[in-house]
Design a protein around this ligand. Structure first.
Ligand code: NAP
Ligand code: G4F
Length: 390
C-alpha cells in the first residue's frame, strides 16, 4: 500500500488568470471553511464535497467531464498549459469570478512535462479522484513528433503517478488509455483481454502509460484504472480529427466559403461514439469497489467514407463533388478497423451508449453549421459597426 502522509493544504492564494477571472489557487472548498453555528449553538460540519483533479480539462473529454462532476456537486480542479493565446474556450462557461462565494471550478497552471508542478498541485488540492486525460492525442501528429509524444503521453503519466506517491495523498486514479493500443488488432471485436499491437508513436506511448497504471495498482496498491476508450466525438472535438474536419468543412461548403475537402485514407473503419456519454463511463470506473480496467465503445463500426457520405447528405450535398484524397494525410502505418465489445462495462458499470452513428453525425453537422452562422452574423454586425464609424 502507499504510505499515508498527513498533509496540510496550502491557504488559498488567488491571482487573476489569462481572462482576468480565473481562480488560480490552492485548496479552497466548503470543507476548509470554518464550521457553521446554528442558533442553538450546536456546531454543524458541512458534508465534505468530493474533490476531483483533471489533467486535459481544456480538451474535449475534460470539458464534458468537468460539467458532469460539477453537476454531481464535486469541487473540480484542472490544469491548463501556459499558452500565448487563450486555450480555455471549452471550459470558459464554467469559470466564475473567484470573488463569488461557493466557487467550484478552479484552473491551475501546470504541465505534464513539469513534475514539480504536478507534485505541488496534488499536495495543495489533495483530490479524492484524479482523471488523467492530458496528452498529445493526435495519432498522425505523433509520427511527426514522436519524442514529444512519448514525453507527454507516456512519461506524463509516470510523472503524475510519481507525484501521487511523493505526496502520499489517498486518491483514485483514472488513466485515459486508448483503442489505438490494439493497432492492427489480433481479433475483432476487441475486448479488455485482446493483446495489444500498437501502430503509431501515440499508440506506443499510450501502451506504456497503460502498463505504468497497471503497475501502480499492482505494485503500490493504488486505486488506479485504465479506460480503454474507442473513438468518441462531439461538437467539441479538436478541429483536425477526421470527424470534426469533415463536419466543419460541410458547414463551410454549404455557405460557399470552401469548395474542396482534402482527406487521407477513406477506408479506415472506426467505432465512433458520443463523448458526453463516454465521460459518464469514465466517472463510473472510479466509483467501483475494486479497481479494474474497462473498455468503452459502441460496438458499431463505420468507415471514414461513410462518415463523409452521411455528413454531406445531412445538408443535401453530394460529397463526390467536394472530397478529394491527398496522400499527405496518409499515415506510415494505419489501423484498418477498430470495433469494441463493451460487455464488461455494461455488466459491471451499467454503462450503455445510446447515441448511434447516424445521430452523432447529425449532432456534429448541425452544431458546426450553427457555429459558422453565429460567426458570420457576428462578422456582419462588426462590418456594419465599422461602417458606422467611417
Ligand atoms: P484533446 O481534446 O486533444 O485534449 C487533450 C488535453 O491534453 C488538452 O486539454 C490539452 O491541453 C492537454 N495537454 C496536451 N499536452 C499537455 C501538456 N504538456 N501538459 C498538460 N496538458 C496537456 O483529447 P480528448 O479527445 O479530450 O481525449 C482525452 C484523452 O483521452 C487523451 O489522453 C486522449 O489521448 C485519450 N483518448 C481519446 C479518445 C477520443 O476518441 N477522443 C479515445 C481514446 C483515448 P490544450 O488544450 O492546451 O492543448
Ligand atoms: O480522427 P482520427 O485522427 O482519429 P484516430 O487516429 O482514430 O485517433 C483518435 O482515436 C483514438 C482512439 O482509437 C484516440 F486514442 C486518439 O487520441 C484520437 O482521438 O482518424 C480516424 C481515421 C484514421 O483512419 C485516419 O487515417 O480517419 C482517417 N483519416 C482520413 N483522412 C484522417 C484524415 N484523419 C485525420 N485526422 N485527418 C484526415 O484528413
Amino acid at each position: 500500500m502507499l504510505p499515508m502522509f498527513t498533509f496540510t493544504p496550502l491557504k488559498m492564494t488567488e491571482e487573476t488568470g489569462a481572462h482576468g477571472r480565473i481562480g488560480i489557487c490552492g485548496a479552497a472548498s466548503n470543507s476548509d471553511r470554518a464550521p457553521q453555528r446554528s442558533n442553538k449553538m450546536t456546531v454543524a460540519f458541512p458534508a465534505r464535497r468530493k474533490r476531483a483533479f483533471i489533467t486535459g480539462i481544456t480538451g474535449q473529454d475534460g470539458s464534458y467531464l468537468a460539467e458532469l462532476l460539477l453537476s454531481k456537486n464535486y469541487e473540480v480542479h484542472g490544469i491548463k498549459r501556459r499558452s500565448s493565446s487563450f486555450n480555455t474556450e471549452r471550459v470558459d462557461h464554467l469559470i466564475s469570478d473567484w470573488h463569488e462565494r461557493d466557487v467550484s471550478f478552479f484552473l491551475h497552471f501546470g504541465d505534464l512535462s513539469d513534475a514539480s508542478s504536478l507534485s505541488k498541485l496534488l499536495y495543495r488540492v489533495a483530490p479524492d479522484e484524479i482523471y488523467h486525460l492530458g496528452a498529445q492525442s493526435h495519432v498522425r501528429v505523433s509520427f511527426d513528433i514522436p519524442e514529444y509524444t512519448g514525453d507527454i503521453t507516456a512519461l506524463g503519466t509516470t510523472r503524475l503517478l510519481d507525484a501521487i506517491r511523493e505526496t502520499g495523498i489517498p486518491t483514485r486514479f483514472y488513466n485515459a488509455a486508448s483503442s489505438e493500443m490494439f493497432g492492427q488488432a489480433y481479433e475483432c471485436p476487441q475486448t479488455e483481454l485482446t493483446p495489444f499491437r500498437p501502430r503509431s508513436p501515440y499508440g506506443c506511448a499510450k501502451l506504456y502509460s497503460y502498463w505504468m497504471t497497471v503497475n501502480a495498482r499492482e505494485g503500490y496498491g493504488l486505486y488506479a484504472v485504465n479506460g480503454i476508450l474507442f473513438n468518441h466525438e462531439s461538437p467539441r472535438r479538436g478541429e483536425i480529427f477526421v470527424s470534426r474536419k469533415i463536419t466543419r468543412a460541410v458547414a463551410r461548403i454549404l455557405h460557399g466559403l470552401q469548395e474542396k475537402l482534402y482527406l487521407g485514407n477513406l477506408d479506415g473503419e472506426r467505432d465512433w461514439g458520443y463523448a458526453p456519454e463516454f465521460v459518464e463511463g469514465i466517472w463510473r470506473m472510479l466509483q467501483q469497489d475494486e479497481p479494474e480496467d474497462f473498455l468503452l465503445a459502441t460496438g458499431e463500426t463505420h468507415s471514414v467514407r461513410e462518415f463523409v457520405e452521411r455528413a454531406f447528405s445531412e445538408v443535401g450535398l453530394d460529397w463526390r463533388r467536394h472530397v478529394e484524397v491527398d496522400p499527405q494525410y496518409y499515415r506510415p502505418t494505419e489501423i484498418d478497423r477498430l470495433e469494441g465489445d463493451y460487455s464488461k462495462a455494461r455488466k459491471k458499470l451499467g454503462w450503455t451508449p445510446s447515441t448511434r452513428f447516424r445521430d452523432l453525425v447529425k449532432i456534429m453537422v448541425e452544431a458546426d453549421v450553427q457555429l459558422l452562422e453565429d460567426k458570420l452574423s457576428g462578422q456582419i454586425e462588426r462590418r456594419m459597426a465599422m461602417r458606422g464609424s467611417e
